[in-house]
Design a protein around this ligand. Structure first.
Ligand code: ADP
Ligand code: ZN
Ligand code: ZN
Length: 732
């Protein structure tokens, strides 16, 4: 008996066994291959399932198995490597396989629609037509001519048929005799052309040579290079080599906002088919990109996180740019890390993977230390540009205006006078983070979260940045009815107002997720800034992500202290990355840039490390610290989280899981909790967590298997949701 093992969209973390569709003969069953879609009955619904394997039997009795309804694809639409990748990811992240497979298909295919190959329309012989001897249909010369052409080259495009004088009418006549049928031909391959790259400096040449030496087979590389070191130039030259060998390149970038910039640079270098994949695309465009990647007509695929699951016909290289970026980790639903999946994918596809960053993650540095990744370094900026100088402004006892010290204001004046641009970094949007009553001390808090409401002025609102709640701005204190409501703290809107007044001769651009809502807002702004006219850019971390601002002569971090004290174990790493990335925006052209940090703690080790501009040394110290504490990347974390309207239920559930799992845990694995999450209440739900800390990946996986199995067997009260997060980004 043949049993189909299927991934099915359902919340259950396992595959489902089905019998082949009724009436499918043995040889057709034997020809089934992983990745083919089937429609199957599931509960009261009909759903799209993905074939993972055909096995000789099932743990269930035959009578308990249902038949699949229909096979949807004559051939798998995705290569076997992608099926293996999805299967691996479902196991590793303990996520329902059906949802993981869904990530590899565009929506119409997930919904069971027929696959529409891209390409050019044409005609081909039917089986019946193939059976005709050459020279048949002699009584109808036009039909005979068409038939001869098709017999010579199995399928012919409409264009070519027309060129040969064969009309649609003739083809329809042949079609009526069931001798020919319509078909879609693959797009004629276009040879990609790479324009010559820049002449590399000696450091870059060494790196490129090292990478080219490893171009066949799997290997993983970390390119650590200061901002402006010419990492992208290395990517481009490596891709040129990949294309020249007839292979495709997959390039992952962290942000949608970066695509226009990246795309421009790639288009300038290659006359090749480059497609993009990100969540901002319409469904049709997405499908086209996916199809081009799949059928091999796209040479370069550029995309954000989810693009790591795009099928590729002949992958030759995978690049993950800004590999340290937190956005590679999906924070809800299928909680995967696209960077880590990319490395696994390289292994399965037998092609090299290149991770690049000015501020590599401790995970990747750890893998270098273990000899799993090869390290390549670029220590200097490419071309004429030099690294910025960094200094601190001691804020103690200074008078501040909208958070800016006199020394910073003077520095801004002089840069603007010298017709340079200034970039101010303030990682807090809105007008002020707190609204408070001056008479009774009341503070505006979110009703649904353990958090304060942020004051916004344009439009005037109180907003919760955690659950999205919006309230009108009160005129008087709801508690004592006093009219003396004051804001405390500083957000970008407030600093923007001040800057517009103080520097009224110059343009001020605010960049945060509120001001950059419109579709092309960010790329329009980047274009505007790169005209190079003097002005002030004020923004949140949105500004720090990979954009190039060559005319910026001064970068200032308005509130470095806000970054210093984080409860999370990754806080220090994030701060160092953020500050280094912000600083990296300065002085990218010929003029040396200047970076200043405003702080009340000029002697803090993290500030000191920044002043020495040495992320690399700092990262290695932090890594030693994590090792000593047994925290990632040395130790491994898995978190089981609950989310429930009733605080006690979550803890009770996690305690039950803990009690059952504890005796079976592998050596060295420890459970911590149940504990309330750092922000316990969010959007009206109470959140708790059970943290698993294991000494290595194998133990973490074993323990996670046990935790998940127990969680699935503990009875769950209505309204309680639980989830598992393997390699969590933070403890929230
Ligand atoms: P990164 O990606 O490391 O930030 P880029 O590749 O964007 O660096 O390079 C920074 C700037 O230096 C770009 O303007 C790029 O054109 C230029 N550049 C890179 N390599 C060279 C080189 N070998 N010679 C001259 N200019 C270069
Ligand atoms: Zn009051
Ligand atoms: Zn809220």
């Amino acid at each position: 008996m043949s049993v189909l093992r299927l991934a099915i969209p359902s919340p259950l973390r396992r595959l489902f066994d089905y019998l082949p569709p009724i009436g499918m003969d043995e040889s057709s069953v034997a020809a089934l291959r992983p990745g083919q879609r089937l429609s199957v009955p599931f509960g009261s619904r009909r759903v799209t399932a993905y074939l993972v394997a055909v096995s000789g039997g099932s743990e269930l009795p035959r009578a308990a198995l249902k038949h699949a309804e229909a096979l949807l694809d004559a051939e798998p639409l995705v290569p076997p490597t992608l099926v293996q990748l999805c299967d691996w990811a479902a196991r590793y992240y303990h996520h329902p396989p059906g949802e993981v497979f869904g990530a590899a298909f565009p929506r119409p295919l997930r919904e069971g629609k027929q696959h529409q190959p891209a390409g050019v329309p044409g005609w081909r012989l039917t089986t019946r037509g193939m059976g005709l001897p050459p020279g048949a249909l002699a009584r109808s010369p036009r039909q005979a001519e068409a038939l001869a052409l098709l017999q010579a080259t199995s399928a012919v495009s409409n264009t070519r048929l027309r060129e040969r004088g064969i009309t649609a009418a003739v083809l329809r006549e042949l079609g009526a005799k069931e001798l020919v049928e319509k078909c879609t031909l693959p797009r004629p391959p276009m040879a990609p052309i790479g324009r010559p790259g820049l002449a590399l400096n000696p450091e870059q040449s060494t790196v490129l040579a090292g990478l080219l030496a490893a171009r066949e087979g799997f290997s993983c590389h970390l390119l650590e290079g200061v901002t402006g070191a010419g990492k992208t130039e290395i990517y481009l030259q490596l891709i040129a080599d990949c294309l020249a060998r007839g292979r495709q390149a997959l390039v992952l970038i962290p942000e949608i906002g970066l695509t226009p910039q990246t795309l421009d640079r790639f288009n300038q270098r290659f006359a090749a088919r480059i497609v993009v994949l990100h969540s901002g695309l319409g469904e049709a465009e997405r499908y086209r990109s996916w199809e081009a990647a799949r059928d091999g007509s796209a040479h370069i695929v550029i995309g954000t996180r989810s693009a790591v699951f795009t099928p590729l016909r002949s992958p030759g290289l995978i690049i993950v740019d800004e590999e340290h970026d937190g956005s590679y980790k999906q924070q809800d639903g299928f909680r995967y890390s696209a960077r880590d999946v990319a490395v696994k994918r390289g292994q399965l596809e037998a092609c090299p993977v290149l991770l690049g960053s000015a501020t590599p993650s401790l995970e990747s540095l750890h893998n270098v230390a273990l000899g799993r990744y090869q390290l390549h370094r670029l220590r200097q900026r490419a071309g004429a540009s030099v690294l910025p100088t960094i200094s601190a402004i001691d804020l103690r006892r200074q008078e501040l205006q909208a958070g800016l010290s006199g020394a910073l204001l003077a520095a801004i004046d002089s840069k603007l006078a010298a017709r340079q641009q200034v970039l101010l970094f303030l990682n807090r949007r809105g007008y002020a983070p707190t609204l408070q009553c001056h008479d009774c001390g009341w503070v505006a808090e979110c009703l649904a979260c353990d958090a304060r409401l942020t004051v916004h002025r344009r439009p005037a609102r109180l907003r919760c940045h955690h659950c999205g709640a919006i309230h009108t701005l009160p005129r008087e204190c709801p508690s004592c009815h006093s009219g003396a409501l004051l804001t405390a703290g500083l957000g970008t809107e407030q600093t923007e107002d001040f800057l517009r007044r103080r520097f009224d001769r110059w343009p001020v651009f605010r960049v945060d997720s509120d001001s950059m809502q419109a579709r092309h807002a960010m790329s329009n702004l980047v274009t505007e800034i790169n005209r190079g006219e003097p002005g002030i850019l004020l923004g949140t971390q949105m500004l720090t992500k990979g954009h190039h601002f060559p005319a910026v002569g001064l970068v200032a971090v308005i509130d470095a202290d806000a970054l210093l004290f984080s409860a999370d174990f990754r806080g220090e790493e994030r701060m160092a990355q953020l500050l280094t990335q912000v600083a990296g925006r300065a002085g990218r052209a010929e003029q040396p840039g200047e970076v200043v940090l405003q702080t009340h703690y000029p002697d803090h080790p993290a500030v000191q490390a920044m002043l020495n501009v040495d992320y690399s040394a700092q990262a290695r110290t932090m890594l030693a610290g994590r090792q000593a504490a047994g925290m990632p990347p040395a130790g491994q974390l898995v978190i089981l989280r609950t989310d429930c309207g009733d605080a006690a239920q979550g803890d009770k559930f996690l305690q039950a899981v803990r009690d059952r799992a504890q005796p079976a845990l592998p050596a060295g694995a420890r459970l911590i909790g149940p504990l309330p999450s750092p922000m316990q209440r969010r959007a009206g739900k109470f959140r708790s967590q059970l943290i698993l800390l294991a000494p290595d990946r194998r133990a973490a996986q074993l323990a996670a298997d046990i935790l998940v199995a127990e969680a699935e067997s503990v009875p769950v009260r209505r309204g309680l949701k639980w989830s598992v997060d393997v390699d969590p980004q933070d403890l929230y």
